[in-house]
Design a protein around this ligand. Structure first.
Ligand code: AMP
Ligand code: MG
Length: 400
């Protein structure tokens, strides 16, 4: 029997053995949700010209400003820049227009009154020098670093990429992932249940944990507890996928064929068994072509905890995602711990009035009980030692 390793050791060993998935270039429209691989620098000053911020008139500011301005023209958004010739004239402007040459003050239309070919200032209104002008380069100057490599591309990042002319974007390549359920007792969601059978649920749950973080090249397979069939299916999947995630068949049962099958296929075991609860039997190894192989225990809570604690972060890192500081929460009630095992405890998370994230333990009775998980947001990681973590204990949160 091999030694149990700690959670931290398991995480470090996975990180040290994960292949990198490389990068690819995609059209901007397909970049949302992906991991940026090259930093983005400002293509030009932002804004690229002094920009009008209000619909109204542009004038030349003076300490003693005329109260009436003769209309000398119109500068609409998108027009080439015009000039103001005299201090007692104005140009009509719209939001987004270039500030006309010779103007340094924009007066909102609400503070004016049209009188024939003139604009009159509202009674008592005193505009300030430079008002409602968004100065060229005041957001950032050409060449400034806007996005670092490793950033996940969300809505604001899409806006920046577009504004800087990135019609094509270098992003982390999407690994092709196979999720394999093992077990004679498992049937499909639409099958009638026979005696002793249950429906497969780990595969779709783990696929969701990945899909919701952008992974979209995922196939699901099932194999019964048969040594030769397990080996054949895994051999086939190793030929066509970068990552295998197995659930079940990795414990000590007489029909747990997964470790032996992986061994026979040349998948090098990096570790088997972690000092944690649930999920102790987890196995991790590397295939002959550097495929990452995660073999997780079949119990639904165990499989999902291992998927979010180890598999998903490792896949995101291998796609080039920068590591972010984890979320820290505070237990608002005591939770059971274990003298020698790290415990992962499902929690419901809510902010207290001061904004601190409080976690209420919702322990599942067994690692097979997943009926209460939908009322939780994830698990907290409680390190080994003692039998209780008291209310007020600070812990890392891993969301589903
Ligand atoms: P195993 O790790 O193969 O010993 O399985 C442990 C428990 O998890 C058994 O009760 C299995 O029926 C259950 N189980 C295994 N795989 C799945 C799955 N894909 N979906 C739901 N339950 C599963
Ligand atoms: Mg099984």
């Amino acid at each position: 029997m091999n030694e149990l390793i700690s959670v931290a050791e398991a995480q470090a060993l996975i990180a040290a053995h994960m292949p990198l998935f490389g990068s690819e270039t995609v059209p901007l429209a397909q970049a949302a949700g992906r991991i940026l691989h090259a930093p983005l620098h400002a293509e030009h000053d932002h804004p690229p010209f002094d920009r009008v911020m209000m619909d109204g008139i542009a004038v030349r500011w003076q300490a003693v400003l005329p109260r009436a301005f003769a209309l000398a023209g119109t500068q609409l958004a998108g027009m080439a820049v015009q000039s103001l010739e005299a201090g007692d004239t104005c140009l009509e402007v719209t939001t987004g227009a270039m500030v006309p040459v010779g103007c340094d003050c924009v007066i909102p239309v609400e503070q004016t009154q049209r009188d024939g070919n003139r604009y009159l200032l509202a009674e008592g209104y005193q505009p300030l020098h430079g008002q409602f002008i968004h100065a060229r380069g005041s957001d950032c100057v050409a060449g400034a670093l806007l996005l670092e490599a490793g950033t996940r591309i969300g809505a604001p990042e899409m806006a920046l990429l577009a504004a800087n002319g990135m019609a094509r974007v270098s992003v982390g390549s999407m690994p092709s992932i196979a999720i394999v359920s093992t077990g004679d007792e498992l049937v499909a969601v639409d099958a009638a249940l026979g005696e002793g059978q249950i429906r497969r649920s780990n595969d779709v749950a783990m696929a969701a944990a990945l899909h919701l973080h952008g992974f979209d090249r995922v196939v699901l397979r099932h194999v019964v507890d048969d040594a030769a069939m397990t080996r054949d299916m895994l051999a086939d999947l190793l030929r066509s996928h970068d990552v295998l995630i197995l659930s079940g068949g990795v414990s000590m049962g007489q029909r747990d064929y997964v470790p032996a099958a992986l061994d026979a296929l040349g998948v090098r075991r990096v570790f088997h068994r972690i000092a944690q609860k649930p999920g102790k039997p987890m196995w991790f190894g590397v295939g002959p072509q550097q495929q990452a192989v995660f073999a997780l225990p079949g119990n639904p809570v165990s499989a999902l905890v291992c998927a979010i604690r180890y598999v998903r972060p490792a896949l995101l890192a291998a796609m080039g995602k920068a590591v972010e500081p984890g979320e820290i929460v505070c237990l608002d009630a005591a939770a059971d711990t274990n003298p020698t095992l790290t415990c992962f405890v499902p929690v419901h998370v809510q902010s207290d009035p001061s904004g601190r994230l409080m976690a209420r333990p919702v322990p599942s009775r067994t690692s097979g009980d997943f009926s209460s998980l939908p009322r939780t947001h994830g698990v907290v990681e409680l390190p080994p030692g003692g039998n209780k973590a008291h209310a007020g204990t600070v812990a890392s949160l891993y969301r589903w």
